[in-house]
Design a protein around this ligand. Sequence first.
Ligand code: ATP
Length: 206
Amino acid sequence: MANIIGLTGGIGSGKTTVAKVFATLGIPVFNADAVAKELMQNDPIVKLKLIELFGDNVFANGQLDRNFLAKIVFADPHQLERLNAIVHPITIQAAKDWATMQSAPYVIKEAALVFESGSGEGLAGVIGVSAPLPLRIHRVMQRDNCTKQEVEKRMQNQLSETLKMKLCDWVIINDDQVLVVPQVVALHEKLLKQFSMDNVNPIKPP
Ligand code: ATP
């Protein structure tokens, strides 16, 4: 199985943007948040569990009603915990299954919640993407066409940026001041060296 490197950061820090640079460099990327959404929409067991927990209205015309679900879980941390207990383990397993099929020296697993969800287990390291809070809020308001309050509400369920970055092995600064691509290229070269070395079998004495 390829070495899995986590890629995390707060909402709007630029994880997806950084992941795209790794992908351009030929590194396979697993987007945990996208896969989790896909599983909620299409996995029959996950769907049944969601209906059992949140009622039939969680699906409208067969489509997951994300607004309905968001209203419930962002208003009540206990409900969010119950949702995560369904979605996180199956997404973690999907990432492991995917990684076994990759032959690159390392792969990237992009996830908003690495330390919060227990999905840090089994990772060969974690890259953090760091950006100042006002810039993150501004980016998400522009991208999702939503209010400052809505962004701040989503941010409440995440670890503070400072703590998150302290837990990471490498940090990419995405603050509109430092260029991102050269930072990713330099880290990529470092990771290639590190994980290609791991793949070399030491010569055994006769
Ligand atoms: P989320 O956690 O909400 O999924 P994210 O961490 O994946 O967010 P992105 O989607 O990569 O963040 O970035 C948020 C928005 O900011 C996007 O619209 C993206 O295009 C923009 N953005 C991020 N980094 C940069 C940058 N360096 N230059 C210009 N725009 C950027």
